[in-house]
Design a protein around this ligand. Structure first.
Ligand code: DGY
Length: 348
């Protein structure tokens, strides 16, 4: 699909993206926009090299693509200056290789913060209240009347929510769980989440003033403290060498037997084989997973477990957010081509 065929700058999007604002922005600024229409969900490096061809000024790519040495050298040979991931995470991008070939890299933070946090919160509630299991039960025609023990789950109010990685998304999630469900907070991050702490303090004071038990917060000195103390744990770190298999057999064994673990960050943050074992051995332990170690696959056994809720990497999938991500990605590429400072450079 080609827009503005006579445009001066050739910009490629490896996928069709929601909305038209991003296309209009590029077209108005004299870009020829080419959208790859290949049916295949995940493009290979070779597919993208072919797309780039002999002349290309910038590319908007996806988190499923391997943006390393081969692609950045191909883009640079074609005269390209800019690449933007349509994602906030950029573990699929070798930023050093991009620097080496003089290609600027952008990502799309901000517009997906609340959307992603909302999914993490939804999975937390769904796991605590066994919503998916109960839905399956109803559809299977098994409901034959109210029972005191039927799908008894956990009350979140008064329990402790643990956040590992209190950046933009982790903090938004924490705020939702504290304010929405009156949970106490424990978080672990290398940096202090000052705004989040102020929020929980003020909210606690508000509850107290209204005669309710105030919520509390604590910044954990180690990740272990969160694992041991929290009832619901949500993972929000970036994926790099230091966070690969951050949750493994050993860390799982430190969590409460009835804890809930949520992951809307990146799959390899959890050792999924160890997780499957842990779920089998501890039927009261529950997980809500949006991401998987070897997407699009799940490790054997995971799909059969009633104590796991699995969804296909949809945390940022709201219309507004996806259009915003596409627009931000287009602005990143356009900014570089036109010589404006790139908006969302993860190098900064
Ligand atoms: C991201 O942006 O990194 C998400 O995984 C997809 O929205």
């Amino acid at each position: 699909e080609v827009w503005n065929p006579n445009g001066k700058y050739r910009v490629i999007s490896t996928k069709s993206m929601p909305g038209t604002r991003w296309i209009n922005l590029l077209v108005e600024q004299d870009c020829r926009v080419e959208i790859c229409t290949q049916k295949k969900t995940i493009l290979s490096v070779e597919d993208i090299v072919t797309l780039i061809g002999d002349r290309c000024d910038g590319v908007i790519g996806q988190l499923t693509e391997d943006w390393g040495e081969t692609l950045f050298s191909a883009l640079s040979r074609a005269g390209g200056k800019a690449f933007s991931n349509m994602a906030v995470g950029y573990n699929n991008v070798d930023v050093n290789a991009a620097n080496k070939y003089g290609v600027a890299v952008g990502n799309t933070p901000g517009v997906l913060t609340e959307t992603t946090a909302e999914l993490a919160a939804s999975l937390s509630v769904a796991a605590a209240r066994r919503i998916v299991e109960a839905d399956e039960f109803m559809r299977a025609g098994l409901y034959d009347g109210w029972l005191p023990h039927l799908f008894v789950g956990n009350l979140l109010k008064g329990q402790t929510v643990g956040v590992i990685g209190a950046g933009r998304i982790g903090s938004a999630y924490a705020r939702m769980m504290v304010e929405g469900f009156k949970m106490n907070l424990i978080y672990y991050d290398l940096y202090q989440a000052t705004r989040l702490e102020k929020f929980v303090t003020a909210y606690g004071a508000f509850l107290k003033a209204n005669g309710e038990k105030p919520v509390t917060w604590k910044r954990a000195a180690s990740m272990d403290e969160v694992l041991r103390e929290a009832d619901v744990i949500s993972l929000h770190p970036i994926l790099d060498k230091t966070t690969y298999h951050l949750v493994n057999k050993e860390s799982l064994s430190r969590m409460k037997k009835e804890a809930i673990l949520i992951n809307c960050s990146r799959g390899p943050v959890i050792d999924e084989v160890a997780l499957v074992e842990h779920l089998k051995e501890n039927p009261m332990f529950r997980v809500g997973l949006d991401v998987f170690e070897d997407e699009p696959f799940m490790k054997p056994g995971l799909a059969d477990l009633k104590n796991a809720i699995v969804v296909p990497h949809i945390a940022s999938a709201s219309k507004w957010t996806r259009e915003g991500m596409a627009t931000l990605a287009a602005l990143n590429v356009l900014g570089k081509i036109k010589g404006y400072p790139i908006w969302s450079d993860p190098n900064r």
